[in-house]
Design a protein around this ligand. Structure first.
Ligand code: NAD
Length: 258
């Protein structure tokens, strides 16, 4: 499978979970990959594993909430790979709290990582993609970007912002050769979901399995989604041929056959 041979991708939050799976899937599809994360040791490790498997992979430290670090990332990734054709805006973070307990700092952080980071990274690569009349931007939103649930208002607002940004940028992209799409997964088997389950265990005294079942039941999900399933959907949005989708929001809710 080498549909993406000759194409270069940047994946934010590429050190673990969905971002790491997306980096692996894009590399296997033939792309050169630059993994960026606030946590440098994670991306260094995944990039080294990919290079051991014969892929071209680079790692960069970047906090997507910091405009100057995002500009640095775009420069460094261009220097390493030549240009940036694909951007996966995956870096994200979540907390759960009722409205009375969300601090201003928590709200701002959730908005900054999920929404502002997506804006900053897209802005940093847009001109180069537009100049070459080809680009793929894939945003990792969430089912929380399409509907609401209790105790996750900050995350839900931030992911609704990502969905709105995706819709608007898809319109702005029409005729440019760039496409902008989003994946909207339910609960995925990643460290972020582990943190959610751990919080429930801590607050309720439930066992891990009971807490996980409660999370899945509340979401109406039959099972946890695998990170590789989300990664495959991301690669699907990087399609190089004609009729590439634009402005699509692909929901993954675990009802798909594995
Ligand atoms: P994760 O916590 O396992 O990994 C997130 C990665 O992002 C980590 O490598 C982390 O270091 C990095 N990161 C966090 N803040 C950053 C910042 N400011 N700058 C750069 N990197 C940063 O999370 P995950 O479950 O793999 O989630 C990835 C994306 O998928 C997020 O946007 C998340 O909201 C979304 N998502 C996750 C789920 C789920 O159930 N896990 C469901 C729907 C959507």
């Amino acid at each position: 499978m080498s549909e993406l041979a000759g194409y270069n991708a940047v994946i934010t939050g590429g050190g673990r979970g969905i971002g790491a799976a997306a980096a692996v899937a894009l590399a296997r599809a033939g792309a050169k990959v630059s993994l960026a994360s606030r946590n440098e040791s994670q991306v260094v490790e995944i990039a080294a594993e990919l290079r051991n498997q014969g892929h071209e992979a680079f790692a960069f430290r970047c906090d997507v909430t910091e405009p100057h670090q995002v500009r640095e990332l775009a420069l460094s990734a261009r220097e390493a790979m030549g240009r940036i054709d694909i951007l996966v805006n995956n870096a994200g973070t979540a907390t759960s709290n009722p409205i009375t307990r969300i601090t201003h700092a928590e709200w701002q952080h959730i908005m900054a990582v999920n929404a502002t980071g997506t804006f900053l990274c897209t802005q940093a690569v847009w001109e180069g993609m537009a100049d070459r009349r080809w680009g793929r931007v894939v945003n990792v939103a969430s089912v929380a970007g399409l509907s609401g649930a209790k105790y996750v208002s900050a995350y839900t607002a931030a992911k609704h912002a990502v969905v709105g940004f995706t819709r608007a940028m898809a319109e702005e992209a029409v005729g440019s050769g760039i496409t902008v799409n989003a994946v909207c997964p339910g609960y995925v088997d990643t460290p972020l979901t582990d943190e959610t389950v751990a919080r429930i265990v801590h607050h309720t005294g439930k066992s891990w399995q009971e807490a996980l079942s409660a999370v899945l039941d509340q979401a109406g999900q039959p099972r946890l989604i695998r990170a590789a399933e989300v990664a495959n959907a991301i690669v699907g949005f990087c399609h190089v041929g004609a009729h590439a989708p634009n402005g699509e929001l692909l929901v993954l809710d675990g009802s798909e056959s594995e």
